[in-house]
Design a protein around this ligand. Structure first.
Ligand SMILES: *[C@@H]1O[C@H](CO)[C@@H](O)[C@H](O)[C@H]1NC(C)=O
Ligand SMILES: *[C@@H]1O[C@H](CO)[C@@H](O)[C@H](O)[C@H]1NC(C)=O
Ligand SMILES: *[C@@H]1O[C@H](CO)[C@@H](O)[C@H](O)[C@H]1NC(C)=O
Ligand SMILES: *[C@@H]1O[C@H](CO)[C@@H](O)[C@H](O)[C@H]1NC(C)=O
Ligand SMILES: *[C@@H]1O[C@H](CO)[C@@H](O)[C@H](O)[C@H]1NC(C)=O
Ligand SMILES: *[C@@H]1O[C@H](CO)[C@@H](O)[C@H](O)[C@H]1NC(C)=O
Ligand SMILES: *[C@@H]1O[C@H](CO)[C@@H](O)[C@H](O)[C@H]1NC(C)=O
Length: 834
C-alpha cells in the first residue's frame, strides 16, 4: 500500500545517493526506513549526499539496526561516521559493527572495534599462504577430500575472517596443489564406487561413505545440480533482503534436509539426503537437519533418533539440528503480520465447504463469506483460535491468495489449524499449528537457505512458497525440484509398510526384505553402496523407478572389491580323506582377498574330515561337469592338494548321500584340477568349523515389479528362507573382531570431529534432542564378508556373540552365543531366484 508521503521519503533517500529503485525498496520496510530517515536528519554530511556505495551501506545499516535491540543513537552515529570515513566498506562489516555494539561501549581506543569489524584489514598473500600451510600441518590434512572443510575452517579463523574469500580460496588451492598434486589425478580414497571406476574401491576398509569420496563428483556439477543458481542470484522483493542474507551466509550454499518425524526413512530419502547434504558439502556449504514437526498428532520420539542415525550412517553430519517448532513464535508473528496486511483471514467453513469452494477438480474456486471480513475481525478471531476458544475444525487461518490463478496452490491455502494434541517439544503452549504450506518457506527463509531442494511433487507449491515470502517481505529462498527415486517391486508408503508389520508379513520396520534405510542397514548393505547407487543414477528432474536388480548389482560391485572372503558351505556334505591320519592337522595361511593383500590373511586347519557343499557332488559324471563325482578329482581352495572321490555312503532309508570317501592327491606328479570348490575342516581344538545357527536368505517380497494397489495379494510366498546348517571357516572370528574394531574406531573419530566442528552433538537445548554418538554408527552389520562361491553376508542384529562385545578377549564361540547371518546379496543376479 503506498501512502502519499512515501514519495517524499523516496526523494529524500535518492537525495543522499541511493538509486531510485533502491530508495523505493527501502521505503517498503517501515522500520528500517524510519531509522534511515533519522540517520539522514542527524548527520549533515549524509544530508548533503554521499556516493552510491556509501548510501547502500547506510541503507544496510538501517536494516541491521532494525533487527537489533540495544544499539542507541550515539553508537549508531559512531557506525555512520565509520562508513563516511570509509572504514567500513562491506555489508558484512556493517553487520559485524552492529553486533559489536550490542555488547560493547564506545571507547576512545578503537582497536577492538577495528579488529572485530575488519577495519583497515590487509594481509599479504604470502601470509595467507603461511596460515594455510600451518593449518594443513597442524590439522593433519591429508588430501583434496578435505579442501572444502579446510577453506571453511580457515575463513572462520580470527586471522582470515576479513581476508578476501577469493584470496583464501586461491591460496588454499595453491597449497593443496603443491602438497597433494593436481586434483584430477589425486587418488580417491574410494569408498564409493561407480560403474566407470569400479577398481577405485579396492581395498577400502572403511565402514562409512563420505561424499568427498564419491568419484562421480560431476553429479554436483552437471545436470540438475549443475544448473542451480548461485547463492544470491535468487530474486528478492528488495535488494536489502539479499544483502542481509548474503551477509549472514557469506555467499555459501546453505541447504536443509527437512523430514517429517512421523516414520522411518526409506531408500527414496537417501536421494534427498545425498542431494541436500552432498550439494552443500560439494560447495563448501552447510546443511541443516530440520525436523518438520508441525503435526503433533503423528510424531514419535523414536523417529527423531532414527532419522539422525540414518543421515550419519550415510556419511553426512548435519551442521545444525533444528525443528520447525523452534520457530512457532516467529511463525505466529508472521501470521499476524499477514493478517494485518490483509493477506490472510480466519475462516469458519467446514472442510466440506472449503472443498466445494475450492472447486475440487471441477472449475474455478469461489471466495467464501469470510474472505472479505475486516482485518480487525480476523485478528481478533486468530487470537481466539490461539486462546482455545474454538475446537479443531471450527476455525482455520487461510491465506488470501489469488482465486483467479490457475494453480490450486494459490486458492487460499490453510495457514493455521487447531489441533487438540500436545506437542512433544512445546507441550500445550500451542493449540494452533502452522501447516506445511505456511511453515516450510518461512522457516527456509529464517534459516537463510540458499537452495530449497525438493522433489517434483512440489512444483505447484513453488508459487505459494514465493507468494508467502513476498507477502510478508522476507528473504525468499529459491525452491528447485528434482525427480524422486523409487525402486520397483517394493513399497515405500508408511501406511502400507505399517500394515505389513502389523499383520506379520514382515518382522518389523527393519525387516531386511523392506527398503527402509534401517532394513537395508540391518541386511548389511554398506552405506557407501547406497551413495554410489544414488550418485551413479545422477540427479535430473525426471522421476526414476529403478529395478531392484540394478540396486543389487551396485551393492555387489561395491562389495566385490571391499569385502573380505571366507570359505563357507551352506549345505555341508561330510568328506573323509582316507590317506590323512586321524590326528594330523596342517594349517593353511590364506589371503582374505585375492587382489587386496592389505585386507589380511586367515589361518585355517586342514584335516582328515572336511565339509564341502552338497551341490558340489554328483553321483553321475558328465563331460562338462568338473566338480566331484565318483572317481573324479577336484581342487580345494588354498588346500595343499586336490582330492579324488573314491566312494560315497548313502542313508539306507532315504537314499540321501551322507558322506564321501576321498583320497588326497599328494603323491606323484601334481594334477592341475579343472575346478576348485570351497570347504571347511573339522578341528575342534581351533573351533573349526564355525557353525551358523541361522543364515537368512531374502528373496523378493512381492511377485510383481509394479506392486499393485492390493499389495497384500501380491506378497510372494518364499521371501525368507532360513538355513540352519551353514558352516564358515574359523577366519570368521578374527574378521569379525577386526571389522568391529575398525568400525568403532572410525565411528569415534568421526563423531569426535563432528561434535567439534558442528553443533550436531553439542546443542542439547532440550533433553529429547537426538545427539550424535559413535554407538549409533556401529552395529552387527559392520561384520560383512563374501562366502566364496556362495554370496555376501553380514551379521544380523539378532546375533549374540561374546567375542564381539567391546574389549572382549575371547575369539571363539562361547556358551550362549547365537550366530545369525543375513545374505546381503547373491553373487550373481539369478542365483537368488528359485
Ligand atoms: C531532526 O532532528 C531534530 C533533532 O536533531 C529533531 O528536532 C527533528 O524533529 C528531526 N526531524 C525529523 C523530520 O525527524
Ligand atoms: C541525533 O543525534 C543526537 C546526538 O548525536 C542525539 O542526541 C539525538 O537523539 C539524535 N536524534 C535522533 C532522532 O536519533
Ligand atoms: C548509549 O548507551 C551507553 C551505554 O549504555 C551510554 O553510556 C550512552 O550515554 C548512551 N548514549 C545515548 C545517546 O543514549
Ligand atoms: C596428527 O598426526 C600425528 C601422527 O599421526 C598425531 O600424533 C597427532 O596427534 C595428529 N594431530 C591432530 C591434530 O590430529
Ligand atoms: C584467484 O585465481 C584466479 C585464477 O588463478 C585469478 O584469476 C584471480 O585473479 C585470483 N584472485 C585473487 C583475488 O587472487
Ligand atoms: C538469517 O539471516 C538473517 C538476515 O537476513 C539473520 O538476521 C538471521 O539471524 C539469520 N538466521 C539464521 C538462522 O542464520
Ligand atoms: C561437520 O562435520 C563433518 C564431519 O566431521 C565435516 O566434514 C563438516 O565439514 C562439518 N561441517 C561444518 C559446517 O563444519
Amino acid at each position: 500500500m503506498s501512502k502519499p508521503e512515501d514519495g517524499d521519503i523516496v526523494s529524500l533517500f535518492v537525495s543522499i545517493g541511493l538509486t531510485k529503485g533502491k530508495a523505493e525498496e527501502a521505503v517498503k520496510a517501515p522500520k528500517s526506513a524510519t531509522i534511515l530517515k533519522d540517520i539522514i536528519n542527524n548527520s549533515s554530511s549524509v544530508k548533503s549526499g554521499v556516493d552510491d556505495k556509501k548510501a547502500t551501506l547506510l541503507s544496510a545499516l538501517s536494516i541491521a539496526l532494525s533487527k537489533s535491540a540495544g544499539v542507541n543513537s550515539s553508537r549508531r552515529d559512531y557506525i555512520v561516521k565509520a562508513i563516511l570515513d570509509a572504514k567500513l566498506v562491506s555489508v558484512d562489516q556493517i553487520f559485524a559493527a552492529v553486533k559489536f555494539f550490542e555488547s560493547h561501549e564506545i571507547t576512545e581506543d578503537d582497536t577492538d572495534f577495528n579488529k572485530e569489524c575488519g577495519v583497515g584489514f590487509t594481509i599479504a598473500p604470502e601470509r595467507i599462504n603461511t596460515v594455510v600451510e600451518d593449518y594443513i600441518t597442524s590439522n593433519n590434512i591429508s588430501g583434496w577430500a578435505s579442501l572444502g572443510p579446510t577453506i571453511n575452517s580457515l575463513k572462520s579463523t580470527q586471522e582470515l575472517r576479513w581476508a578476501s574469500p577469493l584470496e583464501v580460496k586461491n591460496a588454499t588451492d595453491k597449497v593443496f596443489l603443491d602438497k597433494f598434486g593436481p586434483k584430477e589425478t589425486a587418488k580417491p580414497k574410494g569408498k564409493v564406487c561407480s560403474k566407470s571406476a569400479p577398481t577405485q574401491k579396492l581395498g577400502s576398509k572403511s565402514e562409512f561413505a563420505t561424499v568427498q569420496d564419491a568419484p562421480r563428483k560431476s553429479v554436483f556439477e552437471e545436470g540438475f545440480l549443475g544448473a542451480l543458481h548461485r547463492p544470491g542470484e535468487n530474486p528478492q522483493m528488495r535488494p536489502e533482503l539479499r544483502d542481509a542474507h548474503l551477509a549472514v551466509t557469506g555467499g555459501q550454499v546453505w541447504t536443509r534436509f527437512p523430514p517429517e518425524p512421523n516414520g522411518f526413512l526409506h531408500i527414496g530419502h537417501s536421494k534427498a539426503i545425498f542431494v541436500n547434504f552432498g550439494y552443500a558439502a560439494h560447495n563448501n556449504g552447510r546443511c541443516y537437519l530440520r525436523y518438520d514437526d508441525t503435526n503433533p498428532e503423528k510424531e514419535e520420539a523414536k523417529y527423531f533418533e532414527s532419522i539422525l542415525e540414518m543421515v550419519r550412517w550415510l556419511g553426512f553430519e548435519p551442521w545444525k539440528i533444528t525443528y520447525s517448532s523452534d520457530y512457532f513464535q516467529e511463525l505466529y508473528d508472521l501470521a499476524v503480520e499477514l493478517i494485518k496486511r490483509d493477506k490472510a483471514y480466519v475462516c469458519h467453513c467446514t472442510q466440506e465447504e472449503i472443498k466445494v469452494d475450492r472447486g475440487e477438480k471441477k472449475g474455478k474456486p469461489r471466495p467464501c463469506a469470510h474472505r472479505t471480513r475486516p482485518v480487525e475481525e480476523s485478528l481478533a478471531e486468530f487470537t481466539n483460535m490461539r486462546d482455545g476458544k474454538y475446537k479443531p475444525k471450527e476455525a482455520n487461518l487461510r491465506m488470501k491468495q489469488d482465486l483467479d490463478d490457475g494453480n490450486p496452490q494459490m486458492w487460499d491455502l490453510t495457514a493455521y489449524r487447531i489441533l487438540d494434541s500436545p506437542h512433544h517439544r512445546t507441550g500445550d503452549k500451542w493449540t494452533i499449528y502452522p501447516t506445511y504450506d505456511f511453515t516450510h518457506c518461512l522457516v527456509d527463509s529464517m534459516e537463510n537457505i540458499s537452495h530449497s531442494l525438493c522433489t517434483t511433487e512440489f512444483i505447484a507449491s513453488r508459487q505459494s512458497y514465493d507468494w508467502l515470502c513476498d507477502a510478508v517481505e522476507v528473504y525468499k529462498p529459491r525452491q528447485s525440484e528434482y525427480g524422486r527415486l523409487s525402486l520397483e517391486g517394493t513399497i515405500m508408503s508408511k501406511r502400507k509398510i505399517l500394515q505389513m508389520v502389523d499383520e506379520g508379513h514382515v518382522n518389523g520396520w527393519d525387516d531386511p526384505r523392506l527398503y527402509t534405510l534401517i532394513s537395508l542397514r540391518r541386511r548389511g548393505v554398506p552405506p557407501g553402496a547406497i551413495i554410489s547407487f544414488v550418485s551413479t543414477l545422477g540427479v535430473t528432474t525426471a522421476p526414476s523407478t529403478i529395478e531392484t536388480a540394478r540396486f543389487e548389482e551396485t551393492v555387489r560391485q561395491y562389495l566385490e572389491g571391499t569385502a573380505r572372503r571366507l570359505l563357507m558351505v551352506m549345505k555341508p556334505l561330510k568328506v573323509t580323506i582316507e590317506n590323512i591320519p586321524q590326528d594330523q592337522v596342517v594349517f593353511v595361511e590364506k589371503p582374505l582377498h585375492p587382489k587386496v593383500p592389505e585386507l589380511g590373511t586367515s589361518r585355517i586347519p586342514f584335516t582328515r574330515t572336511i565339509y564341502i557343499e552338497a551341490d558340489d557332488f554328483r553321483t553321475e559324471d558328465s563331460k562338462d561337469y568338473f566338480r566331484l563325482a565318483p572317481g573324479k578329482t577336484v581342487g580345494l581352495f588354498q588346500a595343499p592338494h586336490p582330492i579324488t572321490c573314491t566312494s560315497f555312503k548313502a542313508d539306507s532309508s532315504t537314499g540321501e548321500i551322507v558322506e564321501l570317501i576321498c583320497k588326497l592327491e599328494n603323491e606323484g606328479p601334481a594334477k592341475k584340477p579343472k575346478a576348485y570348490i570351497q570347504w571347511v575342516a573339522e578341528h575342534a581344538p581351533s573351533g573349526s568349523p564355525v557353525r551358523v545357527d541361522e543364515t537368512r536368505i531374502f528373496n523378493r517380497l512381492f511377485k510383481s515389479d509394479v506392486v499393485p494397489k492390493d499389495f497384500k495379494a501380491d506378497i510372494a510366498s518364499n521371501s525368507l528362507e532360513v538355513v540352519k546348517t551353514a558352516m564358515v571357516e574359523v577366519g570368521f572370528w578374527s574378521l569379525a573382531k577386526v571389522a568391529m574394531a575398525e568400525a568403532r574406531k572410525e565411528a569415534e573419530e568421526r563423531t569426535k570431529k563432528a561434535t567439534k566442528e558442528n553443533e550436531t552433538g553439542t546443542h542439547g537445548l532440550d533433553d529429547d534432542t537426538p545427539v550424535a554418538t559413535s554407538a549409533q554408527l556401529v552395529g552387527n552389520e559392520c561384520v560383512r564378508f563374501q562366502g566364496l562361491r556362495v554370496g555376501y553376508f553380514a551379521l544380523d542384529k539378532d546375533a549374540r556373540m561374546a567375542a564381539l562385545t567391546e574389549g572382549s578377549t575371547t575369539s571363539v564361540r562361547e556358551q550362549g552365543d547365537f550366530l545369525v547371518l543375513n545374505r546381503v546379496v547373491s553373487l550373481k543376479e539369478d542365483a537368488g531366484k528359485s
